[in-house]
Write a protein of this length. Structure first.
Length: 286
């Protein structure tokens, strides 16, 4: 790549005047800063294949860029942000009161790995790992975590030393919806009863989030806790194996399923992490 700039001689004083280099130029690199930033976005956020990037650049501005240049650009961006990613990882461990965590399969050169995400409304940190084991979780957040973790009910999160946990009620609702379809004693009745309870919880949390009316919310929480406990007690000894497992989880992990009732600043679902992984899941499914 060759860059040229105008040079001229003043007719009056005969001084040589040379134009300044544009700030977007990086010596020794083929592409400017803005274009490299754009390619970093379409590659790592939009997950656009390199061949599609080439087509897009030609259609937008008849920019012809080789495949090797695109690969090198992405590697250069990765190196440039490595320190910032490391600082973010350390900052998350030290300062965040609530984080959402999730993981999904991720193919790397045909080998199944796992893409982990730690997120809240202010940041999103992805980590590629070999497994979805407790060791990976500890590598990301440390051997213990002083904040509140929001997650699904995957076994890796059970027993992990934290200040508190909020398990995803949306996942629990799906389990009870499936229960309604299963044959078995009381499955349909139990499934419908607890789907209704979870829906009530979501409605009242959404109302609190909109109004921040803590007085009305706390009044509802006190009534809801009593209704929830009564329902668990009513059905736990009558339930089939599948329903019984769900009800025992509600009983034994009550503080993790319903943490948001007492601390509504922590949402009752893990949507923050799941939305962050959505593009990766979409790309995996293509």
């Amino acid at each position: 790549m060759e860059y040229q700039r105008h040079t001229c001689v003043c007719e009056c004083c005969e001084n040589v005047q040379t134009a300044s280099w544009p700030q977007d130029i990086i010596p020794g690199q083929d592409l400017g800063i803005s274009l490299q930033a754009f390619l970093g976005w379409v590659n790592n956020y939009a997950h656009m294949p390199y061949e599609k990037q080439q087509e897009m650049l030609w259609e937008l501005g008849q920019i012809e860029i080789g495949l090797g240049t695109l690969v090198a650009t992405n590697e250069r961006i990765q190196q440039a942000i490595e320190l910032s990613v490391s600082e973010l990882s350390s900052w998350i461990k030290q300062t965040q009161p609530n984080v959402h965590v999730d993981e999904t399969p991720w193919s790397v050169k045909g080998i199944k790995e796992w893409l982990w995400v730690v997120a809240n409304c202010e940041f999103c940190l992805f980590t590629a790992a070999d497994t979805r084991s407790r060791a990976e979780l500890e590598a990301i957040l440390g051997s213990e975590y002083t904040g509140v973790i929001s997650s699904d009910d995957f076994s890796v999160y059970n027993g992990y030393p934290v200040f508190a946990q909020q398990k995803c009620l949306a996942h629990l609702r799906r389990h009870f919806k499936k229960l309604i379809q299963l044959p078995g004693l009381h499955n349909q009745t139990i499934g419908k009863a607890f789907v209704d309870l979870i829906d009530e919880a979501f409605r009242n949390y959404a109302q609190w989030f909109e109004t921040l009316d803590s007085s009305s919310y706390n009044d509802w929480v006190n009534q809801f806790k009593s209704k929830l406990q009564s329902s668990v007690d009513q059905w736990i000894d009558l339930a089939s194996a599948t329903a019984g497992n769900l009800l025992r989880s509600l009983r034994d992990k009550a503080s993790q399923w319903w943490y948001f009732l007492d601390y509504p600043e922590v949402p009752p679902d893990n949507n923050q992490a799941e939305r962050s992984l959505r593009l990766a899941v979409t790309k995996r499914s293509c």
